[in-house]
Design a protein around this ligand. Structure first.
Ligand SMILES: Cc1ncc(COP(=O)(O)O)c(C=O)c1O
Length: 382
């Protein structure tokens, strides 16, 4: 039937551009390795930046909580899926990030999407950095608002767009640490601009929370930004916290608006209570994990010293930009042949001609593993 041919042709088009995505069936172990078939590879693609996903203490807490609460959230939080574990977790998040309140979501994607139906209406202009994560872009796209994107970290461009559109109602959105480039948003300047134009500032600090800041409070803690400065903070527990689930945190009234209106909050099954209860314990652990954050800083420095190339990032996300899609795939295969699992990132995740190997560094990587990585990269990429 014609309809099938029309649908299938979208993949043929991607194949012609070397843009099809390949899943790898992997098994992950506690030595920072993935196994594919019989073959072991050192894993430099995981967002488990502190190595907590395999932490034996967390595994034990999770098992105990499953025994206590069962396995499922069972219904939406507004029906009967909201337990005392969820409330305590909301409070723990609010305390941890210095905010009045927080709302829980099953994933960071859903947390960001929640803005679409709660905060943005047809009078709202949404200003976003061009390198914002897809979930923020989708929040704007699925809303009734107008999306305007400014050049990456270009505050002059942002100001000129705000001047041009003179929005009566606007929201400004950015990643904290950018997920594919590893550089940081210019929070102080964004705060100033958001005040000048009375725009609501939202920061998604998915990659900053737990990894940076004195107690792991992320980029906002590192740069001393309060709830007054940045009214909405979103984050996921699927990365450095080694778990899953996510949150939006802010003042009580904003959080209440979201609870009333967010479709990705209302129409989905709650985070399992066992996950919520474990996350309370994990937040306490993260606060105390200064040594892991220090080790991560050491590992970033070791990587940068060993690599014969400047990446433009000083965080645990290190982009090795190659540009051409096929060349990036070839480099990825050569690194695989050397026993390294380093996944290629291509458009539309990143801009055209900026395909890259995205290296994720973890506090759990050993000096030997890092040396193998930089030696191999120096050979493969020149
Ligand atoms: C900046 C950013 N926000 C949100 C998400 C989505 O988080 P989750 O994986 O929990 O859906 C990601 C993860 O890919 C991300 O990089």
């Amino acid at each position: 039937m014609k309809i099938f041919e029309q649908i299938y042709s979208t993949v043929t088009h991607l194949e012609n551009l070397s843009l099809t995505r390949q899943r790898q069936e992997v098994n992950v172990d506690s030595e920072n390795r993935v196994t594919i078939g019989e073959q072991h590879y050192i894993n430099f693609s995981s967002n488990d930046y502190l190595g907590l996903a395999q932490d034996p203490r967390i595994k034990e807490w999770y098992k105990t909580n499953i025994d206590k609460y069962g396995c499922s959230g069972s219904s939406s939080q507004l029906i009967c899926g909201y337990t005392s574990a969820h409330r305590q977790l909301e409070q723990a998040i609010a305390d941890f990030f210095g905010r009045e309140d927080a709302l829980l979501f099953s994933s960071g994607y859903l947390a960001n999407l929640s803005i679409a139906s709660s905060i943005i209406d047809n009078k709202t202009f949404v200003f976003q950095d061009k390198k914002c994560h897809a979930s923020l872009i989708d929040a704007a796209r699925l809303s009734d608002g107008k999306l305007v994107r400014y050049r990456h970290n270009d505050m002059t461009h942002l100001s000129s767009l705000l001047k041009k559109y003179k929005p009566e109602k606007s929201i400004l959105m950015t990643d904290g640490i950018f997920s594919m480039d590893g550089d940081k948003a210019k929070l102080k300047e964004l705060i100033e601009i958001s005040r000048q134009y009375e725009s609501l500032l939202l920061v998604d600090d998915a990659h900053g929370i737990a990894t940076i800041g004195d107690t792991g409070g992320g980029l906002l803690q590192q740069q001393s930004c309060s709830q007054q400065d940045i009214p909405l903070l979103t984050g996921t527990f699927g990365k450095a916290f080694g778990m899953s689930g996510a949150f939006v945190a802010g003042d009580k009234r904003l959080i209440n608006v979201m609870q009333q209106q967010s479709r990705s909050y209302i129409y989905t099954t709650a985070l399992p209570p066992a996950t919520a209860a474990t996350l309370i314990q994990v937040i306490a652990l993260v606060k105390e994990s200064k040594k892991l954050r220090e080790q991560l800083i050491t590992n970033i420095a070791t990587f940068k010293q060993g690599l014969n190339k400047e990446t433009g990032s000083d965080t645990h996300i290190q982009p090795i930009i190659i540009g051409n899609n096929e060349k990036t795939i070839t480099a990825g295969k050569q690194l695989m042949d050397k026993g390294l699992f380093t996944v290629c990132i291509r458009p539309p995740t990143v801009e055209k001609n900026s395909s890259r190997i995205r290296i994720s560094l973890s506090a759990a990587h050993t000096a030997l593993q890092l040396k193998k990585l930089t030696d191999s990269l120096n050979q493969v990429i020149n």
